[in-house]
Design a protein around this ligand. Structure first.
Ligand SMILES: NC(=O)c1ccc[n+]([C@@H]2O[C@H](COP(=O)([O-])OP(=O)(O)OC[C@H]3O[C@@H](n4cnc5c(N)ncnc54)[C@H](OP(=O)(O)O)[C@@H]3O)[C@@H](O)[C@H]2O)c1
Length: 289
């Protein structure tokens, strides 16, 4: 790897994905929300003056998908306008910006792996806020930038679907999981590694899709999590409509959001590994002393 870690600034340093970057690049400069609130342009400018980063990796985000339905302004401020401000600062200081977005910018009607230039149509406040971030980043684009859309992200150190399943199973709660939404669970460590490969190979500025390969439903994912952790707990499948009827305040998620990662594979020469294999590594990481 040819990247100079000390010139890399990582925002949202306390989050789940930032944790995966910290493991790979302990020499990078991580700033948690308490040190940098990305909604403050003044704070961004001060940090640039202080650290003069050559690359900013934005791991800061509002990620509460259901709660965003009640807090769209806040989600838009963090996932949208603040990303525009980061892009402006990177442009002014000639820094590269690497930013993460989501499969939830799609509406789920295209039933084949989604390419970066496929039409978007977010169905939720969170999806709209992330799309706004993509748009504002491109409007104020620095010289070099990457928007990396990923999906169904999980890993050590954050609230995530596997953690919710394991907690519920551990508490003996009955599990009811949606079985008609298809996507690709993605392990933070694989996403961080693939992102660093793209950066290292000077990937051209643009939107990239990165997710573990293969696809499943949330129900299928839940069953494999329980299997991987050897928990014998029954799981009941439920359709999205029934789920929404039981939880009217919940966000609408795309029925299909598998991402086509072939562009990354072509550039790096390495396919993203299958999500099931990554899940085993996650279990190993969780059981590390
Ligand atoms: N999780 C998923 O399933 C998923 C799927 C697709 C894409 N993504 C994207 O992947 C990226 C990384 O997500 P993640 O799972 O690592 O999220 P995460 O664990 O929720 O981390 C986000 C971090 O950003 C911080 N943050 C929130 N508002 C901030 C602000 N105004 N200024 C500075 N920091 C702020 C949070 O701090 P607090 O905890 O204090 O709020 C948290 O530490 C995000 O762009 C997300 O949209 C995630």
């Amino acid at each position: 790897m040819t990247l100079d870690e000390s010139s890399i600034l990582i925002t949202g340093g306390g989050g789940m994905l930032a944790g995966a970057f910290r493991r790979r690049m302990p020499g990078a400069h991580f700033v948690a929300r308490t040190e940098l609130d990305i909604t403050s342009e003044r704070a961004i400018e001060q940090l640039f003056q202080q650290h003069r980063p050559a690359i900013v990796i934005n791991c800061a985000a509002y990620t509460k998908v259901d709660q965003a339905e009640q807090e769209e302004d806040l989600a838009s401020a963090i996932n949208g306008h603040a990303v525009g401000a980061l892009a402006r600062a990177c442009r002014a200081h000639d820094a590269m910006l690497v930013h993460f977005s989501t499969d939830y910018v799609f509406d789920g009607t295209i039933r084949r792996p989604l390419r970066p230039d496929d039409p978007v149509g977010p169905q939720s406040a969170y999806g709209r806020s992330k799309l706004l971030g993509e748009q504002l980043l491109q409007k104020h684009a620095p010289q070099r930038w990457l928007i990396i859309r990923t999906a169904w992200l999980y890993g050590p150190g954050g609230p995530s679907f596997p953690r919710a399943i394991l907690n519920a199973a551990g508490a003996g709660k009955p599990l009811t999981v949606v079985d008609d939404q298809l996507g690709s669970p993605t392990y933070t460590r694989d996403l961080a590694d693939a992102t660093l490969r793209l950066m290292d190979l000077q990937a051209p500025s643009g939107i990239w899709h990165l997710a573990n390969s293969g696809e499943t439903t949330w129900f299928g994912f839940a069953r494999e999590i329980l299997d991987e952790f050897q928990l014998r707990v029954p799981v009941e499948p439920i359709g999205s409509e029934e789920w929404k009827a039981r939880r009217p305040a919940s966000a609408t998620r795309p029925a299909y959001s598998v991402l086509d990662t072939s562009a990354c594979q072509q550039l790096t020469g390495q396919p993203m590994r299958h999500w099931r294999e990554a899940l085993t590594d996650f279990r190993n990481a969780m059981q590390e002393p």
